[in-house]
Design a protein around this ligand. Structure first.
Ligand SMILES: NC(=O)c1ccc[n+]([C@@H]2O[C@H](COP(=O)([O-])OP(=O)(O)OC[C@H]3O[C@@H](n4cnc5c(N)ncnc54)[C@H](OP(=O)(O)O)[C@@H]3O)[C@@H](O)[C@H]2O)c1
Length: 412
């Protein structure tokens, strides 16, 4: 989205204290908007009106499940009830955003994951002789990424937790791509011991790993502990599934000519900075909030890639946001509220920007960056008028602490 469009198409929400709102409303200075009307505005209104100024009652603001609304434009919130803290939602994450971005692509783009190197409609990428490891490769985005890697001739490792689901997905991928050089490695990435044994299996067979895609993850509504006593979301997305896995595979990643690690993050992290470690790890179970835990881990992945790009620059470390894509994870996390996320990308449309990172020339990528649809993105948009702001930013000291804690918890 160009800067001019960015500023032209935006919704400004002013959250007004209840008593003041009632006064203004009685005198017909502001209109009342209920949550249902907001759904409609999210779906249609902000797409058609350039700058929309909306006044919200404090009570209405708290009734709305903001994270379930699918705004197609930036939204800035001025909260007059608290401290004028602005929030922002990233634009362009829906299907319409993908289609718009795709039109601007310079390089060819495929319409499906399983198109072979020389088949009609191929994007010209070959991953022959490359070793690609994808976690959570049996479903949704991970399965699309795995299918793409196999179609491009890579030797593929599908790192999955369920033997039955992994085997079924593997059979489907072999059938769709005619590549039988596909290997299932079983591991629940929220269990550190299983991550270690999965890495040992890969290392016993491979001297190099060209690409590692840390994709496995879930958004859980209830607090869940691993058998090792840690909160699942934090370990699956950050500690085990991203940090430990990538650190243990470092020798193989460094041995590849252009080794790269892709952490699949989420736009959910845009409203958060990494909080103190006891909050990231949900030390107090009674304070668990699934959406927050997910967003903290996803912010952690962004900080991790940024830091590893500085400390281990011989490997490419990037995060990628797939946009909102219609996968089983979205069904599980949102249920009926999924309708508010529409129009969703199909799984390939969500995964396509991830797959592009596998084939892109390393020199064209920016180490430590966050990508969406083949382009780098700002990592912070919570400031006024969609600027970076300071609200979601961590200090270098915060990140030092995160790295120390990850190292200590992973035991590496
Ligand atoms: N879909 C979206 O709109 C969206 C948006 C932003 C970010 N993301 C991110 O994209 C990634 C993929 O999600 P998806 O939408 O494709 O969901 P999905 O279809 O549910 O796939 C998730 C995959 O991760 C695996 N997985 C989950 N926890 C695991 C664990 N502890 N150990 C090993 N594997 C595990 C699942 O295995 P099982 O089949 O065994 O459960 C499944 O293969 C996630 O990191 C998610 O946070 C998705």
């Amino acid at each position: 989205m160009g800067t001019s469009t960015l500023f032209l198409k935006c919704a400004l929400f002013v959250i007004v204290p209840e008593n003041i709102f009632s006064y203004l409303n009685r005198h017909r200075i502001v209109n009342d908007i209920n949550p249902i009307q907001l759904d409609l505005i999210a779906d249609h209104g902000t797409n058609t009106i350039f700058v929309q100024l909306l006044f919200l009652r404090e009570t209405t603001f708290h009734q709305v499940r903001w994270r379930n609304l699918a705004f197609e434009c930036p939204c800035i919130f001025f909260d007059l009830t608290m401290s004028c803290r602005p929030f922002a939602f990233h634009p362009s994450i829906h299907r319409t955003g993908y289609l718009r971005h795709k039109k601007a692509y310079q390089d060819p783009v495929q319409l499906a994951a399983n198109i072979g190197i020389k088949a009609a409609g191929a994007d010209g990428v070959s991953l022959q002789d490359k070793v690609v490891v994808v976690t959570g490769a049996n479903s949704g985005l991970g399965k699309e990424v795995a299918t793409y890697a196999a179609a491009k001739g890579a030797k593929l490792y599908m790192l999955c937790r369920s033997e039955q689901r992994a085997q079924q997905a593997k059979d489907e991928i072999v059938k769709a791509t005619s590549n039988s050089n596909i290997h299932v490695v079983l591991a629940d990435v929220s269990e550190l011991s299983q991550v270690k044994s999965a890495v040992q299996q890969i290392q016993s067979a491979e001297t190099h790993v060209d690409a590692l895609v840390c994709n496995a993850g879930v958004l859980l509504n209830d607090f869940t502990k691993t058998s090792e006593g840690r909160e699942v979301t934090f370990v699956a997305h950050l500690l085990g599934g991203s940090y430990l896995l990538s650190q243990l595979l470092l020798p193989q990643l460094k041995a590849a000519p252009s080794g790269r690690v892709v952490f699949v993050t989420s736009g959910g992290m845009y409203n958060y900075k990494l909080p103190p470690w006891d909050v990231v790890t949900t030390a107090d179970e009674s304070k668990y909030n699934g959406v927050d835990a997910y967003a903290y881990a996803k912010r952690g992945q962004v900080l991790l890639a940024e830091r590893l790009a500085e400390t281990i620059p011989e490997v490419m470390w990037v995060t990628v946001h797939p946009g909102w894509a219609d996968t089983p994870a979205v069904d599980d996390a949102f249920g009926d509220a999924k309708k508010y996320l529409k129009p969703l990308r199909d799984p390939w449309e969500g995964a396509e920007g991830v797959t592009w990172l596998l084939g892109a020339d390393k020199d064209t990528l920016e180490n430590g960056s966050l990508y969406l649809d083949r382009k780098t993105q700002p990592k912070h948009i919570a400031g006024p008028f969609f600027s970076e702001g300071s609200f979601t930013k961590n200090t270098a000291k915060d990140v030092d602490e995160m790295m120390e804690k990850l190292k200590e918890a992973a035991g590496v």
